[in-house]
Design a protein around this ligand. Structure first.
Ligand code: FE
Ligand code: CA
Length: 528
């Protein structure tokens, strides 16, 4: 990594540098052979059209820095994004003000064809708990300015954290109208819980249409990400604040489990090659740190972050390391197969990491940001025992109950689980075994609905009363589109279920359908 700390310090002492000085530094650096080589001896191309069509983003902030992202794609739906097969130099700047006058760090990085001309700059040395603005330049093209922030110092106890979590944004099934409201919410950060893209082929008669067939090759996955990221509402929201992202199944393939396909006739080697393509395109298109650079079909996505001592964020990956769904992935009672000790969502390594992170956490709130519903919620079918989803935590019921037992026995403060995946809103007050509602509540689960997947959802649900009486842990359930907005203080946690009136045409309106609160020290949510 290029060491520009002396220049950054100089900029600090002068309280900012001019654009001209920035340009002068840039060209001066390029004349030093060592520096030029380390930046890949990149070219400074001329663009006929805007190379920043995918916008800018930031992510994985900590108390001293953040990842700044962009990807050069003058023709986003071209397999190479309209870029030549050459390394290109990209300049970046980060400033303390929205007019970019007080630049506090800058540099040049290489956008390589090997990584789809994506740019991931890991900035450090920033002040904790404050907002910054950033932009990129390549050749004579300049990106939009993005806004980002660092997290509070690890020992600070901030008054509040405001964030939203979202999931499931099928491009064909609806517009990303929810992000319009989210952009007005003045959030510190966004957590995306997966199904950021869908892998299916383009289908007619929908709100919009995927380009091409079901995606398999690296180019396919790149084009699909580019198509989604071209959505102005999505890339506006990325430019508003830093995101923590994790994937679910559709970033790769529906209901995948580790290296096992839901289809039976898939060659395992082909499936892993496809996974490598999916993971690489995901890395290229997300503001992730270098620890997440994929190695073949493996990619480290589980990680932690601390919002001071207010909240510890544990981002999980329940897809890459899991065992095959039991009972043929069919809705089933919690039978011996579902309760087998061999079933895992997390895999041994991630589970050990999670447990030790929870023990070491200094967070007032301990947030598990993950994919599939943890509540053991059973669905009635006449005359049969309750059926549970085997693709969700009931398929790993033993591991799930052990985790809840761990939270209870170790007295992990205020565990809150955030979930996506099932295109519906839920509030669940979790027990060790949710089938025993008379036992103590150990954690609160907020399941957020989809941004667009499923199109407009119904406002009323057949059989809701039965569902609630069969599952006393469930406090709320709804199937509209939207996201969940959270306000966290040292004393309490509030989750607002934001719903969108219509995602099939522009102009859908947002409103709050329900609000639930958790008091610190008192697990379980109540209507607020
Ligand atoms: Fe989904
Ligand atoms: Ca899913």
């Amino acid at each position: 990594m290029l060491d520009l700390s002396h220049l950054r310090d100089a900029a600090r002492y002068e309280g900012g540098i001019s654009r001209r000085l920035f340009l002068a530094c840039g060209s001066a650096l390029a004349t030093v052979p060592w520096l030029a080589r380390s930046a890949g001896a990149g070219e400074r191309p001329r663009f006929d059209s805007d190379p920043f069509t995918l916008g800018v983003a930031s992510g994985d902030p900590d108390a001293g820095g953040v990842v700044l992202w962009t990807r050069l794609a003058p023709a986003p739906l071209d397999p190479h994004g309209g870029m030549p097969p050459a390394i290109v130099d990209v300049d970046w700047q980060i400033a303390e003000d929205d007019a970019m006058r007080n630049v506090v760090a800058f540099g040049t990085t290489a956008a390589t064809p090997q990584l789809g001309h994506s740019v991931h700059v890991e900035v450090d040395g920033l002040k904790s708990d404050r907002w910054y603005w950033y932009r990129f330049r390549c050749g004579d093209a300049e990106s939009p300015i993005g806004r980002t922030r660092t997290l509070p110092a690890p020992d600070a106890l901030p008054d509040q954290l405001r964030f939203a979590f979202a999931s499931c944004q099928h491009y064909e099934q609806g517009l990303f109208t929810a992000y319009e409201q989210m952009a007005r919410d003045e959030l510190d950060l966004v957590i995306h819980l997966g199904d950021y893209i869908y892998e299916y082929r383009g289908a007619d008669g929908r709100v919009r249409k995927h380009v091409g067939e079901e995606i398999r090759s690296l180019s396919d996955y790149r084009v699909r990400h580019a198509q989604y990221r071209s959505d102005p509402l999505l890339h506006e929201m990325h430019a508003r604040c830093p995101w923590f992202v994790t994937w679910d199944d559709h970033e790769f393939d529906n209901n995948c489990a580790g290296d096992i396909s839901e289809e039976l006739d898939v060659d395992p080697v082909d499936f892993l090659i496809r996974r490598a393509n999916a993971y690489q395109a995901y890395y290229e298109n997300m503001p992730l740190r270098s620890r997440s650079i994929p190695r073949g079909p493996d990619m480290r996505l589980y990680r932690r972050a601390a919002f001071g001592r207010l909240a510890e964020l544990l981002v999980l990956d329940t897809r890459q390391y899991r065992t095959d769904q039991p009972n043929g992935d069919k809705r089933s009672p919690l039978n011996d197969e579902a309760l087998s000790r061999d079933n895992t969502m997390l895999g041994t390594r991630q589970r050990n990491w999670l447990y030790s992170s929870l023990i070491r956490s200094t967070g007032t709130w301990n947030v598990l940001a993950q994919q599939v519903m943890m509540g053991l919620v059973g669905f009635a079918k006449d005359g049969e025992p309750l059926g549970y989803s085997m693709d969700q935590w009931p398929g790993c019921a033993y591991e799930r109950m052990q985790l809840a037992k761990f939270l209870e026995e170790r007295r992990v403060p205020n565990p809150v689980v955030l979930t996506g995946d099932i295109h519906s809103n839920w509030v669940n007050n979790l027990r060790v075994d949710d089938r025993q509602p008379e036992t103590p509540i150990v954690a609160t689960e907020f399941v957020g609905t989809s941004i667009s997947s499923g199109g407009n959802g119904p406002t009323t649900i057949d059989g809701l009363e039965r569902l609630l009486s069969d599952n006393p842990i469930v406090q709320f359930h709804n199937r509209e589109r939207g996201y969940v907005r959270c306000h966290v203080t040292p004393r309490d946690w509030t989750s607002e279920y934001v719903v969108v009136s219509d995602v099939t045409q522009p102009g859908g309106r947002s409103s709050v359908r329900a609000t639930f609160a958790v008091e610190s020290g008192q697990p379980g949510a109540v209507p607020a």
